[in-house]
Design a protein around this ligand. Structure first.
Ligand SMILES: [Zn+2]
Length: 336
């Protein structure tokens, strides 16, 4: 599942295309007409938490979209036109059979911004969310990794829905980007997640994070709250809790500042290692996530946990390494 570190890698892959113009499009997005990207210039890219943002302009130099003839059709397209759009690229694997991913978007720290109405002169940003299986491929298409029924694994036509890019953008520099299983939407203002909540930002504000964790809520709920831990996903949650030896359902208010600080340290360290591993092509080693035994050889417990009425996420923990706090355990120093 793409968490902050992987989204940073996608950002790194996309960055060389900034300053180039879209010369050909493909893909099978239901929500965004791939042809609407034709001739646009990719002017900027940013990553905030688990979302990638790409700024497109109709002109090479102009930032303002005021009076742009593109604005109106795109706005209508986004809101009203549910019809399937096709634009075949030359590669057969961009043939459309599926459509946008039906995977729920999950954690969404930018939900409050989704209703933004396009304003004259606003910047046009494509917001890319990766759900559970989203990815971006550069200058190649995702191929089937297993043989088909006839045993031909070189079959060029993808058979599974996740082998169909929702969007393909060919750029003037002759490279292309293929987006798979991404959820995409236009935004008409700058992405404004504060870097103080981004676990991979140098500006990540530990005090703010500690304050959020110190509430009475189970810490495993707060960790996934993108308002405080932007970029933190289920893997980081499970690993940081295990390394800090904290039971996922511990109310933060009972843990005390030193243990919460240790938890935040593990969140940041694990995420940074993961990011570094992404660039070096190494797999991040997990100790508890999807494991049956912890490194100490104890049986691991797995359960779906989440706020009542909220998104329940599979959680792994070791009852011996991460014992549950008893309610009458004395309260320790509260984070301010
Ligand atoms: Zn254990």
């Amino acid at each position: 599942m793409p968490e902050g570190p992987l989204v940073r890698k996608f950002h790194h892959l996309v960055s060389p295309f900034v300053g180039q113009q879209v010369v050909k499009t493909g893909g099978s997005s239901k929500k965004l007409n791939p042809t609407s990207f034709q001739s646009l210039w990719l002017q900027d890219t940013q990553v905030h938490g688990k979302k990638l943002f790409l700024r497109f302009d109709p002109d090479e130099e102009t930032v303002s979209l005021r009076n742009s003839p593109l604005s109106e059709p795109l706005r209508k397209g986004e809101q009203k036109n549910k019809a399937r759009h096709h634009q075949e690229a030359s590669d057969p694997s961009s043939r459309s059979l599926g459509g946008d991913s039906a995977v729920p978007s999950g954690d969404d720290g930018l939900q409050c911004l989704r209703g933004d109405t396009p304003a004259g002169g606003a910047e046009r940003w494509l917001q890319v969310s990766f759900g559970l299986f989203g990815s971006i491929w550069v200058n190649e298409f995702s191929r089937a990794k297993k043989a088909n029924k006839r045993g031909d694994w070189r079959d060029p036509i993808p058979r599974c829905f996740w082998h169909h890019p929702v969007l393909v953008l060919h750029f003037s520099g002759s490279g292309f980007l293929a987006f798979y299983n991404c959820q995409m939407a236009w935004r008409f203002s700058s992405p404004v997640v504060s870097p103080t909540s981004d676990i991979l930002s140098e500006k990540f504000h530990r005090g703010q994070a500690l304050e959020a964790l110190g509430r009475e809520l189970p810490v495993c709920y707060t960790l996934l709250d993108q308002r405080y831990f932007s970029g933190l996903g289920n893997i980081i949650k499970n690993e940081a809790l295990f390394r800090a030896r904290i039971h996922p359902l511990s109310p933060g208010s009972l843990l005390g500042l030193p243990r919460l600080e240790a938890l935040v340290d593990h969140v940041v360290a694990f995420s940074a290692d993961w990011l570094q591993g992404k660039f070096q092509g190494t797999q991040q080693h997990t100790q508890i996530y999807q494991k049956e035994q912890c490194p100490g050889g104890h049986q691991v417990v797995k359960e779906s946990l989440g706020p009542p009425g909220g998104f329940q996420r599979l959680t792994w923990w070791c009852p011996q390494c991460q014992p549950r706090l008893s309610a009458d355990e004395p309260k320790q120093v509260q984070p301010s």
